[in-house]
Design a protein around this ligand. Sequence first.
Ligand SMILES: [Zn+2]
Length: 252
Amino acid sequence: MTEPRSFRVEAVVLRHADWGEADRLLTLYTRERGKVRAIAKGARKIRSRKAGHLEPFTHVTLQLARGHDLLIVTQADTLDAYLAIHANLIKTSYAAYAVELLDRFTYEEDTENYHIFRLLTEALARLEQESDPWLALRYYEVCLLDILGYRPHLFECANCGRQIKAEDQFFSAVQGGVLCPACGKGLPGVWSVSVEALKYLRHFQRSDYAAAQRARPTPEIRDEVETLVQKYVTHLLERELNSPEFIKQIKR
Ligand SMILES: [Zn+2]
């Protein structure tokens, strides 16, 4: 079956970069084809009709045509510009982090993944609507790790498999989850995690968003949860960048 010359996608703009004199190279996460890159010709010209639709984390429908090497945007329509995100610096930074995280964890040659696309658009809508967007972002992180296959073990010790009790624990990024005090104490490279922070992480992991929203962590616990997840994500991304991507490049 030959691929059509031109096709329509629903997408979120992850980022853009200048390309040539007046064009932009867009990185998109599409509902139909996962991550793709496409050129928006003339998007940097002042009166370009397309430009407004193609800012980062805008939800759009695009008509894409095959060029010589790259896809070319021939038509762009905005589904949601998330104006309330752009109007608020904290929300803007949260949305930028959400799309960057997805960008770093996915590859262009991946196939489509509707769960990721839906998670992203839901997260952006929540970031736009919530007066306190912190939870929306943490929930997105936990769900994204799940979908990508990096769900951390939070209910059994990642080393000995025993059920985790209601006490302070350790976390091992290398082993992908919580270690009981017997396994984790004194081990190099593990972080301590309080019973309260673990409680919230477990709650996010097994709840829908409405239930997750009922959590009311204190500022200290918020900081702890945020730091823990981000250290875990950083560990995963370093591994991602150093090994699988390097191997893929060699294979090309
Ligand atoms: Zn253990």
